[in-house]
Ligand binder design. Sequence first.
Ligand SMILES: [Fe+2]
Length: 161
Amino acid sequence: MENRSSIFTITNSSSFEIRNIEDEIIEWVRNNITRNTEKVFLQTIDKGTNFVPHVDPITPSKQVRHYNLMYLFETGGENVETCFYETPPDTLEKCAERGIYKIPYSDVKLISKFVFEKNTWNVMNNQCIHSVEGITGKRMGLSVSFYNKIPPDFLKSFISI
Ligand SMILES: [Fe+2]
């Protein structure tokens, strides 16, 4: 579990850390959720009060995390809100050109916000501009990333059609 992969800091002193996890957990995700996820890791925000509006950046290997299935073990506080903002269609491309993925609060318009509960699965669109607000403690959870679209076997597990 001490296999630290990377730490990002996005203003307001919030730090975002990604750690690799045990193969057994990855195997459980593959057997019970989807065999088509490129990345399963533990993500933590443990400093600061908020995580400013942004779209998830293009990775060094040129991948884009479009969706993220999260299971929070720690929420980061009593009423931590994940906020989503109006996102012009070319936002990611413009951010990629500038190499800056965080967006000033003055440039965004809030469209919805959610409190992601502890021990609950939530899926979110990481290319919609989003922020995390009201952090008072450690926020930590399992993250299953989808770099393209949500895979059909995942949809079958969670949505009955
Ligand atoms: Fe994000």
